[in-house]
Design a protein around this ligand. Structure first.
Ligand SMILES: NC(=O)c1ccc[n+]([C@@H]2O[C@H](COP(=O)([O-])OP(=O)(O)OC[C@H]3O[C@@H](n4cnc5c(N)ncnc54)[C@H](O)[C@@H]3O)[C@@H](O)[C@H]2O)c1
Length: 278
């Protein structure tokens, strides 16, 4: 990959896919600003990077414009510029549509669409002024394959896919590319731990496990057996026959963030084991 003296913001980088993207970018020599709402996990993530001085963390709620402005401001203060924005913060509130409430719908849109809008709007004037930018959004394969229990999440991620094409056209003349990586089901450590707990719960007669924590919040109140059914349906859709890895998503995001992807813009790149094609 080609990166000439670049600085990147990666949102939602405290763990999972975001942290894997940050690690891959750092291995390519990119300076990093990690943004996340979870300050404890973010601190732990920053500490995993060796050589520390080229990596900072900014704890902020990026679903507010104030949080996004703070992230971009601190990045420019620390490193003088921002070349790359990876809009990875997100996460679903996964449940049957009629079990959503106004609160869970707003939470889904806040996490997955407003974080992207706010960070993009905060960084664009700076990128325009410098005549260079790479914006890489993390969307979702479920927008294309209509995965069970994902309708509201898809409304938010579909917004991200749509934003990609419009921004790409509008800012192509400013040296800025805008693309989206759409992951299929990806086994982060958190997802794997949750699935193990659910399998134990479903094996018990009541099957009534109520997981807690970041991933657990997304499916609170949904019986373990139903979530495992979504998992089964997801795998059945993937010709390659397995979930993706965080490194596979990071690899695609890194290409789109690199200097050498200059002629690629307005694209949604599925990294999905073939669960939708074309
Ligand atoms: N894991 C999958 O199977 C999968 C599939 C398709 C798409 N995705 C998307 O990929 C991205 C990363 O996925 P993951 O599984 O690593 O997710 P995750 O939930 O483990 O991590 C998301 C990160 O975003 C942060 N975040 C959420 N809201 C925020 C806010 N308002 N401000 C700042 N930070 C915020 C969280 O604290 C968390 O660290 C997400 O956008 C997710 O929707 C994941």
């Amino acid at each position: 990959m080609q990166f000439s003296d670049r600085t990147a913001i990666v949102t939602g980088a405290a763990h999972g896919i975001g942290l894997a993207i940050a690690q891959r970018l750092q291995s390519e020599g990119v300076r990093l600003v990690l943004g996340d709402i979870d300050s404890d996990k973010l601190k732990g993530a920053v500490e995993t990077f060796s050589g520390g001085s080229d990596v900072i963390g900014v704890a902020a709620d990026l679903s507010s414009s104030g949080g996004a402005d703070q992230l971009v401001r601190e990045a420019i203060t620390a490193f003088g510029k921002v070349d790359i924005l990876v809009n990875n913060a997100g996460g679903g509130v996964i449940r049957p549509t009629l079990q959503h409430t106004e609160e869970t719908i707003r939470a889904t849109l806040d996490r997955n669409l407003w974080t992207v809008l706010n960070c993009t709007l905060a960084v664009l004037p700076h990128m325009i002024e410098r005549g260079y930018g790479r914006i890489v959004n993390i969307g979702a394969e479920s927008v294309r394959n209509g995965l069970y229990m994902h309708a509201v999440y898809n409304a938010a991620k579909g917004g991200v896919h749509g934003l990609t094409t419009g921004l790409a056209r509008e800012f192509a003349g400013n040296g800025i590319t805008v693309n989206t990586v759409a992951p299929g089901s990806t086994k982060t450590a958190a997802v794997e731990a949750l699935m193990n707990r659910l399998e134990h719960a479903a094996a018990r007669a009541d099957g009534a496990d109520q997981p807690t924590g970041t991933v657990g919040e997304m499916i609170m109140g949904i019986p373990a057996a139903e979530i495992l059914e979504v998992e089964r349906q997801t795998l059945a859709l993937i010709p390659v026959g397995r979930h993706g890895t965080v490194e596979e998503i990071a690899s695609a995001a890194t290409y789109l963030a690199s200097d050498e992807s200059a002629f690629v813009t307005g694209q949604v790149l599925s990294v999905n084991g073939g669960s939708s094609m074309l």
